[in-house]
Design a binder for this molecule. Structure first.
Ligand code: UN1
Length: 508
C-alpha cells in the first residue's frame, strides 16, 4: 500500500530497533514487549519497535561520550557542514517524512510537512550559527592584560521530546547542540517513535558518509525508570525536556539534585486579547488556527480568549461560523483541517474537562462531544468560562477554547497573566497605545507576545519558550545556542608584572 511505500522509503520496517548511535549500529532485539506505534486516526498499529534496555542505554552513552571527545575538536563550521547535509536530506525526504508525522501523530499533512520545513529552516540557521559562536572581549582593568570569553562544547546532551512535535523540537535542540560541538542522545515520545527512527536513519546516512558515529543517537523507551536513568546521568550535563509541567517538575528536580542543567519547554495556557478596535476577520482566522490547529495539541495552542464586551457577540458569532466549517477526519486527506487527538488518554482528558466545565456552570457555545467513530476524534469546542476556574487554569491538551469578556485593557492583561503558565500570548488591536502597552514591561508576562498574529506557529528565528511554570527555557533562534555550550572567561597577562585586580597589594 501507499503507507507501506512511505515507511520503506524512510527505512522503517514491520519491526524496528529503537536504539542507534550510527550507521549499522542499531540495538538488537531484547525480550521487552514490542512497543506499538499507533495511527490515532484509526487506532490501528503502524509498526512495532524493540524498546531499548539498560545495556542498550549504556552502549549509547558510551558511544556518545567517545564521539564527543573527537567532535568537540572538529572546527565548528565543519560541524555545520554535517548539519547542512542533514538539512539537504530532509529536503529530499520532506514528503514521506511529513506524511509519517501525519500518520503517527494525527496532525494534518500540511502541518506534518510544515514540521519538516521547520527542521530544514533550523538546519540552515544552525549552519550559519556555526560561524558565529561569538565570545566577547572586555577591557581589562589591568595593564598588559587581555580579558575575554569563549564558548566551549558542553558534552553529550539529553533531548527528550513530546509526541506533538515529534521531529521539529528535536531539530531545534540537536542542530544547535551539534554545531556547538555536543553529541545528542534523543529520547523521543513513545507515542511517536517511528518519526524518530526515520530521522535517525537520515542522521545515520549522513554520519556514515562523513565517517562519523555517535554524534546523533536514538534511545527509545517507554519505561519511566529508564527515562529517569537518563535524566539522572551525570555524564549528560544538559537535559532538554519538552512536555507537561508535571513531568517537567520531576525532571527539573532530578537534574537539580545533581546540579545539572535543564532546558525546559513545558505547558502553555495561551491567550488572545481582542480589543474594541480589532480587525475581527483577522482575529477570527488566527484564533481558529490557534485553537483548532493540531487538534489543540500545541504548547502554543490558543486556549483562552479575552474579548472586549462591545465586540463579544460579534466575534463569538464569527468563531462559531468558522468552527462549523472545519472538516474533521483523516489527517492525510487534503481538505481535512482537524485530525484526531493522540490517544484514548487525550480523549479522556477532553471529556473530563467538558464535565468539569458543565459542573462549573460554563456554557458550551460550540462542540463539546467525543465523536463516535474509529480513532480518537473530538469536536473542537468553544466555552463561555471564567478565568479562575481550575479547568481554565490548567492546560488540557485538546481543542477547547475558553471565552471571557472584559471592559478595560488593564483588566484583560491582568486576567491573561493570571495563570501559572507563561508561554505565548497575542493581542488583536489597531490602537498603537494598546499594542505597545501589551508588549511593554507592564504587559504580557509570556515568553512570546504577538500583535495581530495568533499565539501558535512561531518562526524559528526568534527564541522560543516561556516563563513561570512553562520553565524558562529558550530554544531555536536568537542566542539560544548558548544553552548548549559552556562559557569560559580567560584573562591573559602578556606583561612582565603581576598586578592584582581591585588594586590589592599582596607582599612586595
Ligand atoms: C510545541 O508545541 O511544543 O510555535 C512547539 C509553534 C510551533 C512550535 C510548537 N512552531 O506553534
Amino acid at each position: 500500500s501507499n503507507a507501506q511505500d512511505i515507511l520503506r522509503e524512510l527505512g522503517i520496517q514491520g519491526t524496528n530497533a529503537g536504539g542507534s548511535t550510527g550507521s549499522g549500529r542499531w540495538c538488537g532485539p531484547g525480550n521487552a514487549p514490542l512497543l506499538q506505534s499507533i495511527n490515532p486516526a484509526t487506532g490501528d498499529p503502524i509498526a512495532g519497535i524493540h524498546p531499548c534496555r539498560l545495556p542498550d542505554y549504556e552502549r549509547i552513552l558510551k558511544d556518545s561520550l567517545e564521539a564527543f571527545q573527537r567532535w568537540r575538536l572538529v572546527p565548528a563550521p565543519k560541524r555545520g557542514e554535517v548539519v547542512r547535509q542533514i538539512g539537504q536530506m530532509l529536503r529530499d525526504k520532506k514528503d514521506p517524512l511529513g506524511t509519517l508525522v501525519s500518520l503517527e501523530t494525527g496532525k494534518i499533512k500540511a502541518e506534518g510537512e510544515g514540521e519538516v520545513q521547520e527542521m530544514i529552516d533550523m538546519a540552515d540557521l544552525a549552519v550559519g550559527q556555526s560561524r558565529m559562536l561569538y565570545g566577547a572581549t572586555m577591557p581589562s582593568e589591568r595593564p598588559a592584560h587581555r580579558l575575554s570569553e569563549q564558548w566551549h562544547p558542553l558534552g553529550p546532551v539529553g533531548v527528550i521530546t513530546a509526541f506533538n512535535f515529534p521531529v521539529a523540537v528535536w531539530a531545534w535542540n540537536a542542530f544547535l547542540a551539534a554545531i556547538a560541538g555536543d553529541t545528542i542522545v534523543w529520547k523521543p515520545s513513545p507515542k511517536a517513535p517511528l518519526c524518530a527512527i526515520a530521522v535517525q536513519h537520515i542522521c545515520n546516512r549522513v554520519m556514515e558518509q562523513q565517517g562519523l558515529s555517535g554524534i546523533f543517537s536514538l534511545f527509545v523507551t517507554d519505561q519511566q525508570s529508564l527515562a529517569e536513568t537518563m535524566v539522572q546521568d551525570r555524564r549528560l550535563p544538559l537535559i532538554s525536556f519538552t512536555g507537561s509541567v508535571t513531568v517537567g517538575r520531576h525532571v527539573a528536580s532530578l537534574v537539580g539534585q545533581r546540579l545539572g542543567r535543564t532546558l525546559l519547554e513545558l505547558s502553555g495556557n495561551n491567550a488572545v486579547i481582542v480589543d474594541e478596535t480589532a480587525d475581527l476577520d483577522l482575529a477570527t482566522r488566527a484564533i481558529v488556527f490557534g485553537a483548532v490547529g493540531t487538534a489543540g495539541q500545541r504548547c502554543t495552542t490558543t486556549r483562552r480568549l479575552f474579548v472586549h464586551e462591545s465586540r463579544a457577540d460579534e466575534l463569538i458569532a464569527k468563531l462559531v461560523k468558522g468552527y462549523g466549517q472545519i472538516p474533521i477526519g483523516n489527517p492525510l486527506e487534503p481538505n481535512v483541517l482537524m485530525g484526531p487527538v493522540i490517544d484514548r488518554t487525550a480523549v479522556e482528558a477532553y471529556r473530563q474537562a467538558i464535565e468539569e466545565i458543565k459542573t462549573e456552570g460554563g456554557q458550551i457555545l460550540y462542540g463539546g462531544k467525543v465523536l463516535p467513530r474509529a480513532g480518537h476524534f473530538v469536536e473542537p469546542t468553544i466555552v463561555r468560562a471564567h478565568n479562575h476556574w481550575p479547568v481554565v487554569q490548567r492546560e488540557t491538551f485538546a481543542p477547547i477554547l475558553y471565552v471571557m469578556s472584559f471592559h478595560s485593557l488593564d483588566q484583560a492583561i491582568e486576567l491573561q497573566n493570571s495563570v501559572p503558565q507563561g508561554l505565548s500570548s497575542a493581542m488583536f488591536t489597531t490602537n498603537l497605545r494598546h499594542g505597545e502597552r501589551f508588549v511593554s514591561a507592564a504587559g504580557s508576562d509570556c515568553g512570546i507576545a504577538n500583535i495581530n498574529i495568533g499565539t501558535s506557529g512561531a518562526e524559528i528565528g526568534g527564541a522560543f519558550g516561556g516563563e513561570k511554570e512553562t520553565g524558562g527555557g529558550r530554544e531555536a533562534g536568537s542566542d539560544a545556542w548558548k544553552a548548549y555550550m559552556r562559557r569560559q572567561t580567560n584573562t591573559v597577562n602578556w606583561g612582565t608584572d603581576l598586578p592584582l585586580a581591585q588594586g590589592i597589594k599582596f607582599g612586595s
